[in-house]
Design a protein around this ligand. Sequence first.
Ligand code: 5AD
Ligand code: SF4
Length: 502
Amino acid sequence: MKYWDFDTIYRQAPTSEPERQYYFIEKIHAILKDKFQDAVASGNAEKRYGKEKLNELLARKQIGTFMVRTFGCQMNARDSEKLSGILQQAGLAVSEDETADFVIYNTCTVRDNANQKVYGHLGYLQTIKKKNPQMTIALCGCMMQEPTAVKRIQKSYRFVDLIFGTYNIFKLAELLFRCQAEKGTVIDVWESTDQVVEDLPAERKYPFKSGVNIMYGCNNFCSYCIVPYVRGRERSRRPEEILSEIRRLANDGVKEVMLLGQNVNSYGKNLAEPMTFSELLRQVNEVEGIERIRFMTSHPKDLSKDLILAMKSLPKICHHLHLPLQSGSSRILKIMNRKYTKEQYLELVMQIRQAVPDISLTTDIIVGFPGETEEDFEETMDVVRKVRYDSAFTFIYSKRTGTPASIMDNQVPEALVKERFERLLREVQQISSQVCGRDVGAVQEVLVECENDHQEGYVSGRLSNNLLVHFPGDASLIGNLVPVELTEAKGFYYIGKMAKRS
Ligand code: 5AD
Ligand code: SF4
């Protein structure tokens, strides 16, 4: 390998973003290319990748491989696309598994089992790194914003090369450069930021649909939730930036966008020129080429009449609303700091259903919040029976260090929580299998996503309400909106057949 003067390269980097990161992408590419060429010349590359893979890399002028594994929510999934975009721009090829040269885990910490999953995977990574000591292992995302997790990794998982958080994922190229230049684990975790860095590459998982961040962070401080501590205060992106990203995506063949934020209903409040979420939706609805608009997540306390009106009147907005309930007990909701009551929630559902009768409603529910009594739990069951959700994500309360709920002294015994959880799950599943069948016989548009893995000659796609449909068709349909008659309901999905456009 030729001599690289890392200090000088670092000193000469531009100070403004995103120019600085494009500079480091170029540098990391040059360094890795140099290493790769040496490995090809010595025969080590063939040993490492096998002849076939190596020829593929050479043909595509790629200089190594990477994999990004995502834990957690849609926000993390979108962040992972940004990480992948940077790595591809640096000349690396996607790998399906952890045998890659660069492995990044984008972690989640919303519940403790998310953390446990990461530790489990790290054990597995260690065995892989023993076979290939050259590999680089990086951890980022929400769990890395917790000092206790970082300490544990530094102590017990010393083979990790790079740790960064949620605020500086745009800096990946610079951090990888530092991994080349420095010995030991590189750690760069920020406590907060007001910076939103735009215009770095992103690699989409699907060519025809994409997540688009409209805001970052959360100001709500629900008493059980760690998100405001690891993702910081609410920061809205400027509408011009969002719209120009969506126009770019549309030009690139994207038909469906999912507008992402922890609490999209409070979008725009902190902008220099404030703007509401429904106003943003109206502007996104105008973008030519975009045919479907989704958004996630809505907080019931901020869901305005104007938004309901927008959902009713804007043709591109999907008839699906994810409206986290968390608990049906007004008493518990108060302690959760949710700022709405059971009655207000039910009233909201009624208004939405009046305006958009075929809306599909989904929710999140936590069982076993501290102090939850049988009566509180029955209130939750009551809301579930009244609303009849299309589907509900149910979670067992998980104690998160640093949140107010974690030090409440009336934690519910585990066995009791499990028993309630099972009851809730049964109710939710029974209702959703009934609700899912309601559109049998109807013709609806399906955005085709892929060929069906299980049945040859079938493709799979999603309805406006997000339910899956499988129907006979071939790969040429992927990425298209096609009319499909829903012939059979199967609990959580439909079987259908292509219909004529009406
Ligand atoms: N325990 C269990 N579930 C939680 N959620 C957030 N924090 C916790 C916690 N400490 C759930 C909420 C939220 C979803 C993303 O995760 O239901 O809406
Ligand atoms: Fe967590 Fe509440 Fe913010 Fe959602 S709204 S991310 S549950 S604090």
